[in-house]
Design a protein around this ligand. Structure first.
Ligand code: HPA
Ligand code: ZN
Length: 347
């Protein structure tokens, strides 16, 4: 396997590859500096003395220990401008990392349960995404994600509150996701609301097999009928399931640094990303919640390449998978894949 010489040339070469990020929670891009600025702007008290104290607090033992801080952090997001600023800050990282396309998950319930109107959330995210399309050449979609620790009834209420906005945001809002506390909240809890979202013509994804068992991946596929699995790393516990994922080319949106920070893996060198990829699974690399997990998408590519000895060809395959697995129209995928082929052969 050819070794890529050192960090900077590797990073530069990876940056130049057109890529898509498919597993990114916009609330998880809230950097401590912006958290403090918004807290001050909105008069929201924070339980931290300063930015360093926030970073100190980011010592997670599992998914729930992270989610507790993630939901608390989101309390500073109040106005349309806040959601715009949050999204624009992420899009600057996206541009710096060479992303051509992003599919952002957002959690309306995190905000509506605090009394923020869903219209405010949509308006801020959409203004930033539309601006980025024009000024940065980055396309963006939105995946409205239900919180799985809440009831299916609450998910329906969220869907029904969002649907009147659909025509206004039909260039952006293309899909539905499922996130938050996985164990004890299996995909089938959301069978009816996913069936309704399928009837409505949304693309469907769901988190499964991050902390939860391979069975949850199976029920996300069979009951929710998702097109992609977010995380899905536990799929390798079930060889039959893994074969099905490979044969059906079901994309897995893997988030290596997230898995490391949340204790899904002990060390990046033990991550099964390379084994899944080499077995023929459609693996993609993503950041999940970069402000909390210590790295944006390019950091995830570089760290994975180094820890797992990924070859030049494997890294190009990961970038190509991210474009193929996106919900972009076929013509856009072809254009970006052609650009990727050209960029891959340079340097
Ligand atoms: N898993 C589940 N829910 C989440 C995550 C995650 O990694 N990030 C934000 N919500
Ligand atoms: Zn996630």
């Amino acid at each position: 396997m050819p070794h890529l010489p050192s960090d900077t040339p590797l990073r530069d070469w990876l940056r130049a590859l057109p890529k898509a990020e498919l597993h990114l929670h916009i609330e998880g891009t809230l950097e401590p500096e912006l958290m403090f600025a918004l807290a001050e702007r909105n008069g929201v008290p924070l339980p931290y003395a300063d930015v360093d104290a926030v970073r100190q607090a980011y010592q997670f033992t599992d998914l729930q220990s992270f989610l507790d801080l993630y939901y608390a952090g989101a309390s500073v997001l109040i106005t349309e401008q806040d959601f715009y600023d949050l999204t624009m800050a992420y899009l600057h990282h996206a541009q710096a990392d060479g992303l051509a396309h992003v599919e952002l998950m957002f959690d309306p319930q995190t905000h509506t349960h605090r009394g923020i109107a869903i219209e405010t959330v949509f308006a801020g995210l959409a203004r930033a995404l539309r601006e980025a399309r024009g000024t940065m050449g980055i396309s963006g979609y939105l995946l409205l994600s239900f919180l799985r620790h809440l009831s299916e009834e609450d998910a329906f209420a969220t869907l029904n509150a969002a649907l009147p906005l659909r025509s206004q945001y039909d260039d952006l809002w293309v899909g539905i996701g499922l996130d938050s506390s996985e164990r004890g909240n299996p995909p089938e809890k959301f069978a009816r609301v996913y069936a309704r979202c399928a009837e409505l013509g949304f693309h469907l994804v769901a988190h499964a097999g991050e902390e939860g068992p391979a069975d949850y991946v199976r029920s996300a596929l069979e009951i929710l009928k998702v097109a992609r699995i977010d995380h899905g790393v536990r799929s390798s516990d079930d060889p039959d399931l893994l074969q099905e994922l490979i044969q059906r080319r079901i994309p897995l949106t893997v988030c290596p640094l997230s898995n490391l920070k949340l204790g899904v893996v002990r060390d990046l060198s033990e991550h099964n990303l390379a084994r899944l990829l080499r077995a023929g699974a459609m693996v993609t690399i993503n950041a999940d919640d970069p402000a909390y997990f210590g790295g944006y998408v390019l950091d995830n590519y570089v760290a994975s390449a180094q820890a797992l000895d990924l070859s030049h060809d494997e890294l190009v395959t990961l970038a190509a998978n991210s474009l193929q697995a996106s919900f972009l129209p076929a013509a856009d995928k072809t254009r970006l894949l052609d650009q990727l082929a050209a960029a891959a052969s340079r340097g």
